[in-house]
Design a protein around this ligand. Structure first.
Ligand code: PLP
Ligand code: ZN
Length: 553
């Protein structure tokens, strides 16, 4: 099929033929141009049929990607990442349709693999053999891998905030690594100057057509995968929300463009709301949005250790996102580094998914949006989950992540090996405290159990209704009881009343975790009887769990 691709100015809508060396709109100078495909040439019905026979991965949408000759495609299995339906986390947040787009599952473990695959293929198509990129880490790693495969030389400029392991990985792929003591914005400027002076091709990042086109494949995949999950593959589905941790804004702009295109094709029937979540220490978009302004004031001195999200000057990207949010909904939110680390631990324990801090910011944002009621229980929510946690830094894990047993000579164990081991094990077991959790939603129960256990040495027994809960409490005489209120037959109120009336059980502290809207009377009554009263969404906070565990020790 002959592709007809043109570039359209995002400002004045002037169209020019696709030329990858074009740096801006010839009419108005605008730097961001969007690719337009000749929709007439694509028969949607036919295309959907063809897609069914195609392999997973972003090239399955090749008709709407800016590469002419398939021989130029450099591919390592990018895209085609799973859309995981959350159970435990969703139930704790009270969400019915929470999906995690697992972008860690790419060749270099972030969604920048998509960008690198399309951008490096485009470089090959125009015969470029050397390229300069500025990056806070993930872009350069992905480019380094794809450039290695394409035989293209890469000059990677990093701000000094970038974790050393990330720079080393880029170096391993053979990139020239240049570390700049300065901010990311300064690093970009220096990289541009270097490229100009040396006459080397400069990757234009968010301003390059390849980057936005690559990111839009996330949207295509989400619509197709949600269609499978929610409509049994009968049609494609738009989520109510797409959430992402945002630095330069390439991801959400690309995803927005993808849905716009699918809407024009008739593949979906509406647009998603975009939630752009920034790190509080570097949140120029959030600040501008709160002021109601379409122009962001750059943050000159980002106060975050999350390098991936340290774009201080979003420039034109914020205007485009602002316009999107005005037209289709969504917003700009922020979360602190602390909240991000907290979210990383919760996500890892509840879903088995370990992410880098930038994605911790995204999930922390999700928690806040649910708690503040911006996201509603029935909303279909998709979270861009990108970037694997390597290395796991001490800020994320804290100090208490291991228990040690010393079997060395210094511990004198060789003489009495068995006893030594037994007493060491006793020592560990001696710290165990027992908790009974009474909760009829099995997913919530499991998550509460996992969080308690992660917080300390705990034995946690679960009961799924009030009657068996009371039985367990009598058997175990636990150090604490955590109960839901709304349960069939014997509900939480009855559990509490029964325990308080029983001399053996009346001193056991009780914690209530419930999604129920309480009346003033119920609240007053509970306040007298229980140690702590938690709304379900707030139980997701690790501080709360920490306090509970601490009280047990
Ligand atoms: C690049 C990146 C971001 C920021 O993406 P933008 O869309 O460019 O703002 C967020 N999280 C991770 C893991 C990233 O690699
Ligand atoms: Zn223009």
């Amino acid at each position: 099929m002959n592709k007809a691709i043109t570039l359209e100015c995002t400002n004045c809508r002037t169209r020019v033929p696709l030329d990858r060396r074009v740096a801006g709109c010839p009419a108005c100078g605008e730097v961001m141009l969007e690719a337009r495909y000749d929709l007439d040439q694509i028969n949607v019905e036919e295309w959907l049929k063809t897609l069914r026979g195609r392999r997973e991965g972003l090239w399955r949408y090749k008709e709407v990607l800016p590469i002419y000759n398939p021989d130029n495609i450099i591919s390592m299995g990018e895209g085609g990442t799973p859309l995981l339906r959350s159970r435990a986390l969703a139930s704790m947040l009270g969400l019915k349709n929470l999906y995690i787009k697992d972008e860690r599952q790419g060749p270099t473990a972030s969604f920048k693999d998509r960008q690198a695959a399309v951008a490096v293929s485009a470089l090959k198509e125009i015969g470029v053999d050397s390229v300069v990129v500025a990056s806070t880490g993930n872009v350069a790693i992905a480019y380094a891998a794809y450039c290695a495969r394409a035989g293209i030389k890469l000059w990677a400029f990093f701000p000094s905030l970038t974790p050393g392991d990330k720079m080393r990985e880029a170096a391993l792929y053979g990139a020239e690594v240049i570390k700049i003591t300065g901010t990311y914005d300064q690093t970009k400027e220096l990289a541009a100057r270097f490229a100009r002076r040396q006459g080397i091709f400069l990757d234009r990042g968010i301003k390059s057509v390849a980057a936005i086109e690559a990111m839009k494949t996330i949207a295509y995949e989400i619509a197709e995968q949600l269609g499978d999950s929610l409509a049994e593959g009968r049609h494609w589905v738009t989520p109510d929300w797409f959430l992402q941790g945002v630095s330069g804004g390439m991801g959400p702009i690309g995803v927005g463009k993808g849905f716009r295109e699918m809407l024009d094709f008739g593949l979906v029937d509406r647009m998603p709301r975009l939630a752009n979540i920034q790190s509080t220490g570097c949140a120029p978009m959030v600040q501008a949005f709160r002021r109601g302004q379409r122009i962001a004031i750059p943050v000159d001195d980002p106060q975050t250790i999350i390098a991936t999200l340290a774009t201080g000057n979003p420039g034109r990207a914020y205007e485009l996102l602002y316009d999107y949010v005005q037209q289709y909904g969504g917003g700009f939110f922020d979360a602190s580094d602390e909240e991000a680390f907290n979210a990383i631990r919760i996500l890892a324990r509840s879903e088995g998914i370990s992410v880098e801090p930038a994605t911790g910011v995204t999930f922390a944002g999700l928690f806040k949006m649910v708690q503040s009621g911006v996201i509603k229980p029935d909303d279909v929510v998709v979270v861009n989950c990108s970037g694997h946690t390597m290395p796991v830094e001490t800020q994320i894990l804290g100090e208490r992540w291991q228990r040690s047993i010393d079997l060395s000579e210094r511990a004198n164990i060789p003489n009495v090996p068995q006893e030594g081991i037994v007493s060491a094990l006793d020592q560990i077991e001696g710290q165990v405290r027992r908790v009974v959790v009474i909760e009829d939603n099995a997913d919530s129960a499991r998550l509460i159990k996992r969080m308690l256990q992660a917080g300390g040495a705990l034995e946690v027994a679960l009961a799924h209704d009030g009657a068996s809960g009371l039985k367990l409490v009598r058997q175990m005489l636990p150090d604490m009881v955590i109960t839901d209120l709304m349960m069939p037959d014997v509900d939480g109120f009855e559990v509490i009343d029964t325990m308080k009336a029983d001399p053996d059980l009346c001193t056991i502290p009780i914690v209530v975790i419930s999604a129920k809207e309480l009346t003033a009377r119920e609240r007053a009554r509970l306040n007298e009887q229980v140690k702590l009263l938690l709304q379900k969404g707030s139980a997701i906070s690790e501080d709360v769990i920490d306090t509970l565990v601490h009280d047990l020790e």
